[in-house]
Design a protein around this ligand. Structure first.
Ligand SMILES: C[S@@+](CC[C@H](N)C(=O)[O-])C[C@H]1O[C@@H](n2cnc3c(N)ncnc32)[C@H](O)[C@@H]1O
Length: 417
């Protein structure tokens, strides 16, 4: 079963049922430990918090790439300070740990979401793109509305950037007005505390507890910032949220990310996921091994998500009310000798804005995801209904299911001739 985060060994379903594990005890301990650290005065804590956010953004926006170790230290520091604000917000255990599956995807608990603020290269790719988009918009407009749905307890793609703008006096609150939306009450409580601690209230027009797949913004939106996905473009409701909210973008409004390209490939698991990383200190697109990359059998793009594809997407409703979106067709290549030994994997490439990106392996969300239910040129001994079996040369149509567990469904449309 998939691991949700690397810091413990809990599975998706353990977290969905917090009463069956020790998470509750753990979360209380974490809160207490956090509070114990606050032997400094409130004023001192706020200064350190604000500095940590500005320092992380200064490194992220710099044209000189900081060493990985420096980035880790700086982002860890920002995380530590943000967790103190979360502890001060005083969430109940339920508010902190409640995690469930909604009709459109996994709703992670604030406890599990807190780690995304130290996902360095994801935040860097988004912040750099957003910074360019904000600069671009403010060239022609005196003020812009930014909507950030499913922002989590720390809204990490925007609050550090706003802290940087405030400190460096780059943009004033009269120029940028942000709406933050999350469905988790615990995320909302934390956000309110953090925005107040960072003294960013003047930039924030609304913090709303709502389901982003039905939320209706009052104003037209200039920038829609969204990151609600997991690797392989599965589990979370990115597509349902984007599809609903793209309608509220102004005609010349932009989505951040500007483009997400989801691709399929057949890989030798040992080469792709083990050998390639053996000598690397950390996974990043700049550290991939040429040999492993050349060993891949790329199948091409299976879904492209941007403003225009979202506006054109048509849902199909199947029996039982299940909604799917038709994605692309691919033809499985012929003549790959070891096809039956390969596994199917899906990965996303995220262009946040203007050449800024989150590449493969830069973050958990762009890490290729092996799908062991797909068999090419090989038949499993016991075929289950979840297995997909096809042969080289077959034409495959992909669909994307918009259910509580969103993800791709391959369907064979034509056998190899
Ligand atoms: C991984 S966390 C935070 C992700 C955040 N965007 C970031 O950049 O770090 C996911 C958050 O999305 C929220 N979320 C997921 N689906 C949602 C929905 N349909 N409406 C509102 N919030 C949602 C969850 O409550 C959770 O706080």
């Amino acid at each position: 079963m998939d691991r949700i985060d690397g810091t413990n060994n809990k599975t998706l379903y353990d977290f969905a049922n917090p009463e069956i594990d020790t998470l509750l005890k753990h979360s209380v301990r974490t809160q207490l430990e956090s509070l114990l650290k606050t032997s400094i005065s409130v004023e001192q804590r706020l200064v350190v918090l604000q500095q940590s956010f500005v320092e992380a953004m200064t490194l992220a926006l710099s044209e000189i790439t900081a060493p990985h170790t420096q980035l880790v230290k700086t982002f860890e520091n920002m995380y530590d300070q943000a967790v103190l604000s979360m502890a001060v917000a005083g969430l109940s255990q339920e508010q902190l740990t409640h995690q469930y599956i909604s009709a459109t995807g996994l709703i992670m608990s604030p406890y599990n979401c807190k780690h995304t603020i130290k996902d360095i290269y994801r935040i860097k790719g988004y912040a750099r793109g957003l910074d360019k988009a904000i600069q671009g918009k403010l060239k022609n407009k005196s003020s812009i509305n930014v909507l950030y749905p499913a922002c989590g307890p720390f809204a990490p793609l925007l609050l550090p950037l706003l802290s940087y703008y405030k400190e460096t006096q780059t943009f004033k609150p009269s120029q940028i007005q942000v709406t933050l939306v999350d469905i988790q009450p615990g995320a909302i409580l934390t956000l309110k505390q953090l925005v107040s601690d960072l003294q960013l209230e003047e930039y924030i027009s609304l913090i709303e507890e709502a389901d982003a797949t039905v939320f209706e913004p009052e104003n037209t939106i200039d920038l829609l910032v969204l990151e609600a996905m997991q690797h392989g473009f599965t589990k979370e409701g990115q597509l349902s949220i984007a599809k609903h909210l793209v309608k509220y973008l102004s005609i010349d409004g932009w989505m951040i990310p500007q483009n997400v390209s989801v691709k399929g490939m057949m890989v030798v698991g040992e080469t792709e996921f083990n050998q390639q990383w053996k000598t690397q200190e950390f996974s990043h697109s700049s550290n991939v091994a040429n040999e492993a990359q050349q060993d891949r059998v790329e199948l091409g793009e299976i879904l492209k998500i941007n403003k225009s594809t979202l506006l054109e997407m048509h849902e199909l409703e199947l029996e039982g009310g299940i909604k799917v979106i038709p994605a692309n067709q691919i033809v499985l290549p012929k003549g790959v000798e070891d096809m039956s030994k390969r596994i199917f994997a899906v990965y996303a490439h995220i262009e946040t804005f203007a050449q800024e990106e989150v590449g493969q392996y830069d973050s958990g969300i762009t890490h290729p995801r092996p799908d062991n239910s797909v068999y090419i040129d090989l038949k499993p001994k016991d075929i289950e209904h979840t297995h997909f079996v096809a042969s080289s040369g077959d034409t495959i149509q992909f669909y994307y299911q918009l259910t509580g567990l969103p993800g791709f469904v391959p369907v064979k449309v034509q056998e190899s001739i």
